[in-house]
Design a protein around this ligand. Structure first.
Ligand code: NAP
Ligand code: MG
Length: 402
C-alpha cells in the first residue's frame, strides 16, 4: 500500500512520562507505516521546556495559529516535587494554560465509548460532550471573611470617576463575601467556539445558566449566546438540521439524565468543572476521554484528557510491565489527522483517521484491552494486555481493515 501524503503539517507537541512513551509507539506502529507524516515538531517535555525557558510552549501555540491544527501529548504541570525532580529553573506554568491563553479557546471533552463498557446512566446511548468556559467567575474571584457587624457594598468606578454602589449586605454578625466578574468578549468567544464546534460535529448545542435569579450576570451569558445565535448561526444550524437549546441550569441537569446523548453541553466555568467530572465518571474511564481546544478563529488542538500516568511510568522505568490505555492519545491523533484532511480536502487522510479509530475500538470490543478497561468491561472473553501489546493488536485490526 502506498503511504498517504499530507500537503500541510500538523503541529506536533510531544510530552512527558508514560504518555511520551505511548506517543512514540503510536507513531511507530499506527502512523508512520501508513502515512508520510508531515508534522512541525515541538518538544514540550519538561526538560526541553526548562531548557528553553518555556519559549517552546509559546512557539507551539503560535504554530497552531499558523497551521490551524495541533496534537498534544500530556505534559507535566510543575509543582514543588517536580521542581526538585527535574531541577527546574522556575515553576513553569501549565502548558495547557499557556496555549489556551494564546489561542483564546474553549475545551471540549468527549467520552470515547465502546459497547462493552456501559455508561452508568441507562438512557445515554451516545457520548455527551462538555464545553467549559475557561475564564472568570469564581476562578478569578476576590473573597473576604466578614468579622462582626459590617456593611458590604459593591462599588464600581468608571474611567471618568463616576461611582455606582449596590448594597450587598448589612452584616450583624460574622460571614463571608465574594466579588467575581466576567467579560462580554470572553463570553462571546466561548459562544462562538461552541456554535462552530456544534456545526462541525453536527450535534445539538445546549447552554444553561441561572438567569432567573442572576438577572444581570447570568442573563448576560444568555443574551450574548442568543444574540450571536440569531445574528450569525441560526441559518447555519437550520441547514445542518441541529438545534440550539437554552434552559435553566437545573432543568438542563434533569434533562441530561433523560437524554440519549449525542449532544454538546456548553457550561459556565463552575458548572463545567463539576459536570465534566460527573459525565466522565458516568461514562467509565478517564483514559477514554478525549479533548479538543477550539479557538473562535477555528484553530484546533487535540489531546487526551488524562495526564502523563506518572505511577505507571515509574514502573516502566523499573522494567516492570505497564498497562497504559492509549485510546485517548490515539483519538487525539485521529482528531488532528481528520481535521487536517477536512481542511485540505484530503479524503484518504480522513478515511484513515476514521479507520484507525474504529480499529482501536474494535480491538477492545473483541476483548483485547488494557487493565483500566478490563476492570470495567462486561465481556465474556477479556484478554488483558500491556501498553505495547494493545497498540500492536490495534495495528493488526487496522491492517485487516485497510
Ligand atoms: P493522570 O496522569 O491522568 O493519572 C491519574 C490516574 O488515572 C492514573 O494513576 C491511572 O490510575 C489513571 N489513568 C489516567 N490515564 C490513564 C491511561 N491512559 N491508562 C490507564 N490509566 C490511566 O493524572 P495525575 O496522576 O493527576 O497527573 C500526572 C501528571 O500529569 C501530573 O504531572 C500532571 O501535571 C499531569 N497532567 C497533565 C495533563 C495534560 O497535559 N493535559 C492533564 C492532567 C494531568 P491508576 O493509578 O489507578 O492506574
Ligand atoms: Mg473538576
Amino acid at each position: 500500500m502506498e503511504k498517504i501524503k499530507m500537503s500541510n503539517p500538523i503541529v506536533e507537541m510531544d510530552g512527558d512520562e508514560m504518555t511520551r512513551i505511548v506517543w512514540g509507539e503510536i507513531k511507530k506502529e499506527l502512523l508512520n507505516p501508513f502515512i508520510e507524516l508531515n508534522t512541525e515538531y515541538y518538544d514540550l517535555g519538561l526538560e526541553h521546556r526548562n531548557n528553553t525557558n518555556d519559549q517552546v510552549t509559546v512557539d507551539a501555540a503560535e504554530a497552531i495559529k499558523k497551521h490551524k491544527v495541533g496534537v498534544k501529548c500530556a505534559t507535566i504541570t510543575p509543582n514543588g516535587a517536580r521542581m526538585k525532580e527535574y531541577n527546574l529553573k522556575e515553576m513553569w506554568k501549565s502548558p495547557n494554560g499557556t496555549i489556551r491563553a494564546i489561542l483564546d479557546g474553549t475545551v471540549f471533552r468527549m467520552p470515547i465509548t465502546v459497547d462493552c463498557v456501559k455508561p452508568y446512566v441507562r438512557s445515554w446511548e451516545s457520548p455527551i460532550t462538555i464545553a467549559r468556559h475557561a475564564y472568570g467567575d469564581i476562578y478569578k474571584a476576590v473573597e473576604m471573611k466578614v468579622e462582626g457587624k459590617s456593611k458590604c457594598e459593591l462599588v464600581l468606578t468608571t474611567e471618568n470617576g463616576e461611582e455606582k454602589r449596590e448594597l450587598i449586605h448589612n452584616f450583624s454578625d460574622d460571614g463571608v463575601v465574594m466579588g467575581m466578574h466576567n467579560l462580554n468578549k470572553s463570553i462571546e468567544s466561548f459562544a462562538r467556539s461552541c456554535f462552530s464546534f456544534a456545526l462541525d460535529v453536527k450535534q445539538d448545542l445546549w447552554f444553561a445558566s441561572k438567569d432567573t435569579i442572576s438577572k444581570k450576570y447570568d442573563h448576560t451569558f444568555k443574551d450574548v449566546f442568543q444574540e450571536l445565535y440569531d445574528n450569525e448561526y441560526k441559518t447555519k444550524f437550520e441547514e445542518a438540521g441541529i438545534k440550539y437549546i437554552y434552559t435553566l441550569i437545573d432543568a438542563a441537569v434533569a434533562n441530561i439524565m433523560k437524554c440519549k446523548g449525542g449532544i454538546i453541553w456548553a457550561c459556565k466555568n463552575y458548572d463545567g468543572d463539576v459536570m465534566s467530572d460527573m459525565v466522565a465518571a458516568a461514562f467509565g474511564s478517564i483514559a477514554m476521554m478525549s479533548s479538543v481546544l477550539v479557538s473562535p478563529e477555528g484553530n484546533y488542538e487535540f489531546e487526551a484528557a488524562h495526564g502523563t500516568v506518572q505511577d505507571q511510568y515509574y514502573n516502566h522505568l523499573k522494567g516492570e510491565e505497564t498497562s497504559t490505555n492509549s485510546v485517548a492519545t490515539i483519538f487525539a491523533w485521529t482528531g488532528a489527522l481528520r481535521k487536517r484532511g477536512e481542511l485540505d480536502n484530503n479524503k484518504d487522510l480522513v478515511e484513515f483517521a476514521n479507520k484507525l479509530e474504529k480499529s482501536s475500538l474494535k480491538t477492545i470490543e473483541d476483548g483485547v484491552m488494557t487493565g483500566d478497561l478490563a476492570a470495567l468491561a462486561q465481556h465474556d472473553n477479556i484478554k488483558r494486555v500491556n501498553t505495547f501489546e494493545f497498540i500492536k493488536a490495534t495495528r493488526k485490526t487496522l491492517e485487516a481493515m485497510l
